[in-house]
Design a protein around this ligand. Structure first.
Ligand code: FBP
Length: 254
């Protein structure tokens, strides 16, 4: 069992930028505006933008990643998912096995835990099995920790953001992917709570002006995050590669 995972295959000098593209499950094609409906378009951005990895569900990986991109860009497989339709507290089901992720060429696996959901215990149990197997098989484990459900009064409060980061550490994740809480100060507390688990920002909806998102990136880097996992703010932008360069400048020159 590997207790200390080497995450260098998914980082550059300890920093990282990941291109998230699991929205076809989470939100549906409504998010995949213009050219971004085409997985090849996204994979080209990931390669040409010099991302540390692209995040895909298994179906896209099987049909688009395997043949052409395996040697060009590292892969993080999203291990669970849910659509936007079910009512009530969220639960996200495992839809890919660790062995399948390895066959698809994954260097890491990602799993969403809805902290505070009434179904939280099922996700914690599922995550912990994936974490054990993935670490045994030398995969980096990323936890998307999103506070959601009736019990959560404010999904981006400083307290719940730090709790999200801490949960990732306690559950054995190598990297926690968490939402922004609104200030460098509060994100710093989350990074502190994550301890030896590294923290990346979860992008969020496309901001009106690109500068707004870039300010958030700057803020989380100042707070001690290692980078971002971004989707819509890149591939919904008019010039995804130019946007990528601006984000990278903040992350890697920090
Ligand atoms: P974005 O940068 O587009 O927000 O992507 C990050 C992400 O975590 C995706 O991996 C996921 O599909 C989406 O956000 C889910 O967002 P939410 O559950 O907040 O709707």
């Amino acid at each position: 069992m590997k207790f200390f995972m080497d995450i260098s295959k998914l980082t550059t000098n300890g920093k990282a930028i990941y291109l998230a593209y699991d929205h076809g499950v989470e939100h549906g094609p409504v998010d995949l505006v213009g050219k971004s409906i085409d997985p090849n378009y996204i994979l080209e951005i990931a390669v040409n933008g010099g991302y540390n990895a692209v995040v895909l569900q298994k179906g896209i990986a099987e049909k688009y990643y395997l043949e052409e991109y395996r040697e060009k860009i590292p892969l993080i497989i999203k291990m669970n998912g849910k659509t936007r339709f079910p009512a009530g507290d969220p639960i996200s089901s495992q839809v890919c096995s660790v062995d399948e992720a390895i066959e698809l060429g994954a260097s890491g696996v990602g799993y969403t835990i809805y902290l505070g959901s009434e179904h939280e215990s099922e996700m914690l149990k599922e995550f912990s099995k994936i974490e054990e197997e993935a670490h045994n098989k030398n995969l980096v484990v990323l936890a998307w920790v999103y506070p959601r459900g009736k019990a959560i009064k404010d999904e981006t409060s400083p307290e719940i953001t730090a709790y999200s980061a801490r949960l990732a550490l306690e559950m054995g994740a190598d990297i926690a992917k968490i939402k922004y809480c609104g200030s460098t100060e509060c994100f710093k507390k989350a990074v502190e709570a994550a301890g030896k688990t590294k923290v990346v920002l979860s992008g969020g909806p496309k901001t009106e002006k690109p500068e707004e998102f870039l300010e958030t990136v700057k803020s989380v880097m100042d707070a001690g995050a290692i980078g971002v996992a971004v989707g819509r703010n890149v591939w919904q932008s008019a010039d995804p590669l130019a946007m990528t360069e601006k984000i990278k400048k903040i992350i890697f020159n920090n």
